[in-house]
Ligand binder design. Structure first.
Ligand code: SF4
Length: 55
């Protein structure tokens, strides 16, 4: 389900990403969250931002 009318605010501390701004926000309107490789059973921190692009 899409909530395009909610104007989501994405806070992010990943300073090496090209979409990160100095106020600690993501400049994208939406992001994709992906599972990390070889981590699918909850025994580790599985999620990561799939929209990340290095500066
Ligand atoms: S794309 Fe992902 S990693 Fe990059 S600033 Fe946005 S939330 Fe952070």
């Amino acid at each position: 389900m899409s909530f395009s009318d909610k104007h989501q605010c994405i806070l992010c501390d990943v300073v090496s990403c090209k979409f990160h701004d100095q106020s600690g926000h993501c400049q994208l309107d939406s992001i994709k969250v992906k599972p990390r490789k070889n981590c699918h059973d909850g025994s580790c921190d599985e999620s990561e931002c799939g929209s990340y692009i290095n500066k």
